[in-house]
Design a binder for this molecule. Structure first.
Ligand SMILES: *[C@@H]1O[C@H](CO)[C@@H](O)[C@H](O)[C@H]1NC(C)=O
Length: 526
């Protein structure tokens, strides 16, 4: 039984019903959303050798020459990295899509990329074309890029204030769940065999299909319907369904105020929308240190190599000396670690605080990479039994990542940017995330090959720098209002008081539903 909806702390006239529709909406959206990101990151790992053989064979058949190991690695890396390149395209596509077709319809439409990619991958072997696999991975990447940006928006706008943290964090849990499921489906007992690899890569169409069949029955984001569409009746209907009863009067009132404020802001700035562009964000000195922190955090999240471990899990475990027969189970352990950690983190975040989780996570990861490196060194000197220690280190690394950086990084833009700047902040954060995933994905195999036992030292550097930088720049945001957070950033910036006073009124409206000062939007007037 769901009892979350009864915990409504606001002064609504009557307690709104239950949050079952909201919970189901979250599941339906996430199964085709961040779940897909995790799933597609991990399913590419199991068929590595099969696809590499396919590359070699196809090349042989077409051009009569075999490929050497280097060439195969290069082609394989392109296949792996096409996903992140697609993700970047998707992240850029997501903004306009969310505004023009709506949040829910974007997610539904997004599945078309998936179905085309599944078709390509299923026919690639028949067509004897590895280019089709590359294209397919690019399309899957676009799908993930779109949903990674639109899903948090859709969730944030649909959840009531007191559930927003938990709902936003569910994105990270679904990512971890996707990773885990991808590893399970990739087992040799299931689809992880040579004849079945095209079906494994195409299996992401199934969650897409589930979303396509279920999501249409759930409401569109009420905030989008009212503010972007101006459709008040549809908004009331959607809000009523999401809250399990009538639309709460207070929430409706807040939304109307916000609509008014956005219209005023748009009129003042002479544009059709009050939302900021990423460019405007870069030019605004008032948010410079916030932007720097978010850019740093989202880059570090990928540069620490965690998500690349999933691309290359088998390879790392092979290098660490795990017997081949056990590698696939070790890989599942990585997914299970992150899933456990993200669920744990979901419970901890309101207690421990964002900053502690983030800084603590990176500090722990630094420790594990030191131990991992030592284990690899001693192992190569012939000390027996260390392969399991190195495996444990990889688990601990992922566990520490899942506990802090995995979830907190994603909600950071929402916590430290105001309503008008938030979409642009997500766009910047998303693009950086994908670019860095691309870079690490591209370089990872060469790092492992080139540095051997010291392959984790670059990641150690990233973790240490992240822990120090975020420890110095990020104020604790737990339970604080937007104004307090901004004031802390300003103090760290050494900003003069006047600047702060101008900036504060609009930042008070940070909470999606507390817009109440529609005429004081001083910052949109130059
Ligand atoms: C590619 O295939 C040829 C024979 O078909 C083989 O000799 C060669 O080692 C293979 N290359 C790789 C990298 O496996």
């Amino acid at each position: 039984m769901k009892s979350t909806g009864n915990a409504e702390p606001e002064g609504t006239s009557k307690p709104s019903g239950n949050a079952r529709t909201l919970a189901l909406t979250v599941c339906s959206a996430a199964i085709g959303g961040t779940f897909q990101y995790g799933y597609n990151i991990s399913i590419i790992n199991a068929p590595t050798l099969f696809i590499q053989r396919f590359l070699n064979d196809t090349h042989m058949e077409r051009w009569g020459t075999a490929l050497d190991t280097h060439q195969v690695t290069l082609l394989w890396t392109i296949i792996v990295s096409a996903f992140s390149l697609g993700g970047l395209l998707g992240a850029l596509l997501a903004g306009p899509m969310a505004v023009h077709v709506g949040r829910k319809n974007s997610l539904l439409l997004n599945n078309s990329f998936l179905f085309v990619s599944a078709l390509l991958v299923l026919t690639s072997r028949l067509a004897k074309s590895f280019e089709m696999i590359m294209l397919a991975r690019l399309l899957v990447g676009i799908n993930s890029g779109v949903s990674m940006n639109i899903q948090p928006m859709y969730f944030g706008e649909s959840a009531p204030k007191h559930l927003r943290g938990a709902v936003a964090f569910s994105s990270a849990v679904f990512t971890a769940f996707g990773i885990f499921m991808g590893q399970v489906v990739g087992l040799t007992e299931l689809l992880g065999t040579e004849p079945l690899w095209p079906y494994l890569l195409a299996s992401n169409a199934l969650p897409g299909l589930i979303q396509l069949l279920t999501l249409p029955w759930f409401p569109e984001s009420p905030r989008y319907l009212l503010i972007d569409r101006g459709d008040r009746e549809a908004c009331v209907r959607a809000l009523g369904r999401l809250r399990g009863g009538e639309a709460p009067a207070l929430e409706m009132e807040e939304m109307l105020q916000e609509q008014q404020q956005q219209q005023t802001a748009a009129m003042n700035s002479g544009s059709t929308s009050s939302a900021k562009t990423p460019w405007a964000l870069f030019k605004d000195p008032a948010v410079r240190s916030q932007l720097r922190t978010v850019m740093f955090a989202s880059s570090a999240m990928m540069l620490c190599g965690n998500d690349s471990i999933y691309f290359y899990a088998s390879y790392i475990f092979h290098e660490a000396g795990i017997p081949p027969g056990k590698i696939q189970y070790a890989s599942i352990g990585t997914g299970a670690s992150e899933l456990t950690a993200s669920i744990l983190s979901n419970l901890l975040i309101e207690r421990v605080g964002r900053r502690s989780l983030l800084v603590g996570g990176y500090s722990l990861m630094s420790c594990w990479s030191v131990v991992f490196t030592l284990a690899l060194i001693f192992q190569s000197r012939g000390v027996a039994g260390l392969s399991y220690l190195s495996m444990a280190c990889v688990f601990a690394y992922i566990l520490s990542f899942g506990l802090g950086p995995a979830g907190v990084t994603g909600i950071l833009p929402a916590e430290i940017f105001d309503q008008a700047a938030r979409p642009a902040a997500y766009m910047v954060a998303g693009s950086l995330m994908w670019i860095n995933l691309f870079l690490v994905g591209m370089l990872f195999p060469f790092i492992v090959k080139g540095l051997g036992n010291f392959c984790f030292l670059p990641f150690l550097a990233v973790c240490v720098v992240s822990a120090v930088f975020l420890g110095l720049t990020l104020p604790e945001t737990k339970g604080k209002t937007m104004a307090e957070i901004t004031a802390e950033f300003d103090r760290k910036n050494g900003k003069d008081r006047m600047n702060k006073q101008v900036g504060e009124p609009i930042r008070d409206q940070y909470q999606l539903g507390t817009a109440s000062l529609p005429t004081q939007d001083t910052r949109s007037q130059p």
